[in-house]
Design a binder for this molecule. Structure first.
Ligand code: ZN
Ligand code: ZN
Length: 345
């Protein structure tokens, strides 16, 4: 006996993709379901049902055999087998801790769309952020120098800002805002990899080191403090750059004078990011506790590169709770107005 399902085929496909992304499955598998959802989105329920009935559903570009089966089940009003299996395997809580703090987060300051190295369009990231209950999501695609991640030139970023305005127009009345941001590379000399004029037009700026992670500690310290002193910088992204697990392999964190870097963050009102990605867990616990003791603000960020990864926040919450960090020192527990006045004060 199959369980009844009335969510519709698009919702079933999106939920499957969400669960796969959240479980850090291969993006190739996920793309098939997201592509199929996009293919049938413009069709009416009757059109989809007719295409299932006459077998032309798999002729639609982007709809393969496994997506067609999901669509057929949803149209028939039964829970698609693939969905039921994924809900059972991956639908539960990601962690045992962090739930209380997670409930206090109002948004997320670090996420990527397919304009840089993310896997989904801007609006899909926004829809999922709404579904997760966020009041705001900051879109932070990469800056020009990060060519492997299709970092945005000044021209592309300027164009993206217009797209963000258009997305927000569509979402008016939802109470949700997609905020304008950037994950800007910290250059070797501590400068930021985007024009000051564009940085000034953004709501929130995350500054991160993505190159020459192994430079010697005095040079790295100087480089990081240079970025922290820049009045545009709001968040110091994944401060050590370490990778602890995952398909990109592992690498040790950068060496720098953490006490000096965190003291500069306090002085210049820059939040230290608690990067929630399981392969980063950055900063390491020793540094997280040091930043706590030095008096830093924090931002718990998903650094999502796909909609399902927006749910990673709870991993960061679990670590922040374990470190005993006061929720009021975590800037994304703040309402949007307070966040924006802090970021642009
Ligand atoms: Zn980064
Ligand atoms: Zn990022």
């Amino acid at each position: 006996m199959s369980e009844a399902y009335d969510g519709g085929a698009v919702a079933a496909l999106r939920r499957i993709a969400f669960l796969l992304e959240r479980a850090r499955e291969d993006t190739y598998k996920v793309k098939a379901f997201r592509g199929a959802a996009a293919a049938i989105l413009p069709m009416s329920d009757d059109e989809v049902a007719a295409a299932v009935a006459d077998g032309t559903i798999t002729k639609l570009p982007g709809v393969g055999a496994s997506s067609a089966k999901v669509i057929a089940d949803a149209v028939a009003g039964v829970v698609p087998e693939r969905l039921a299996k994924l809900e059972a395997e991956h639908g539960g809580p990601l962690t045992t801790g962090g739930a209380d703090l997670r409930a206090r987060l109002r948004g997320d300051l670090h996420s990527h769309s397919d304009w840089s190295d993310g896997g989904s369009p801007i609006e899909e990231m926004a829809f999922t952020a709404i579904e997760l209950g966020h009041d705001y999501q900051v879109l932070t695609d990469h800056s020009p120098r990060l060519k492997v991640a299709r970092g945005l030139s000044a021209e592309r970023l300027a164009r993206q800002l217009d797209v963000v305005d258009a997305v927000n127009d569509h979402l008016s009345g939802t109470g949700f805002t997609l905020l304008k941001g950037i994950e800007v590379d910290i250059l070797d000399d501590g400068g930021l990899d985007q024009t000051d004029e564009l940085l000034a037009r953004l709501d929130v700026r995350v500054a991160s080191v993505h190159s020459k992670l192994a430079m010697d500690a005095p040079a790295m310290t100087k480089r990081m403090i240079g970025a922290i002193r820049n009045p545009r910088t709001n968040v110091l992204g994944h401060c050590t750059g370490r990778l602890v697990t995952g398909n990109r392999g592992t690498r040790p964190g950068s060496q720098f004078d953490a006490e000096a870097v965190f003291a500069a963050c306090v002085e210049h009102d820059v939040a230290v990011e608690i990067n929630a990605r399981p392969e980063r867990r950055d900063p390491p616990t020793r540094l997280l506790e040091l930043a706590r003791d030095v008096g830093c603000l924090f931002s718990i960020d998903s650094d999502a590169h796909a909609p399902g990864q927006l749910d990673f926040l709870v991993y960061g919450c679990e670590r922040a709770e374990a470190a005993g960090i006061d929720p009021d020192r975590i800037v994304n527990t703040w309402p949007q107005e307070r966040l924006l006045s802090w970021a642009n004060g």
